[in-house]
Design a protein around this ligand. Structure first.
Ligand code: NI
Length: 162
């Protein structure tokens, strides 16, 4: 396992669309493990392939509860419901936070790392994280969706705000 470098704002790879994973081999499993390690290293909630420079539809999410970490391959939202206004950040924008609207509930289909099709329902924070990470796979970033006037900057060493 290894901690990967997280690509930050201005890196054009963050704006590219990721490709579907066709074969789940050892290399893919290794990338997912590295993504989880990187996520934990930075105390993040979610990380998507492009953020470590890999344009594949790979997502990891950890809410630090009994469900996590969740590894998703080719995740796709099949249903979404409601709205929630949330404050959000992103490991690729380490100093920026803003309010944005996310769905209150999502249902996704994906493959797990064993290649099995899974269906997952997320509400609240999980719905927010899933929506944020799947946006990354389309090259969409949270700063595209901010509610005007809510962007705030946090000093890099102000760790308690992360
Ligand atoms: Ni992000």
């Amino acid at each position: 396992m290894a901690i990967r470098i997280v690509r930050e704002d201005g890196d054009e790879i963050l704006r590219k669309k990721s490709r579907e994973v066709e074969v789940i081999d050892e290399k893919i499993k290794q990338i997912l493990d590295d993504m989880v390690e990187t996520l934990h290293h930075y105390n993040g909630v979610g990380l998507a392939g492009p953020q470590i420079g890999i344009l594949k539809r790979l997502v990891v999410i950890d809410l630090y509860d009994d469900k996590g970490p969740i590894k998703l391959i080719n995740p796709k939202i099949i249903k979404q419901k409601g709205e929630q206004e949330v404050e959000e950040g992103c490991l690729s924008f380490p100093n920026e936070f803003a309010k944005i609207i996310r769905p209150e509930e999502v249902v996704i289909e994906a493959l797990n790392e064993n290649g099995q099709k899974i269906k997952l329902k997320g509400e609240g924070l999980l719905a927010q994280a899933i929506s944020h990470e799947i946006d990354h796979l389309e090259g969409i970033l949270f700063v595209d969706k901010i509610i005007p006037g809510t962007l705030r900057y946090v000093e890099p060493d102000n760790e308690q705000d992360k």
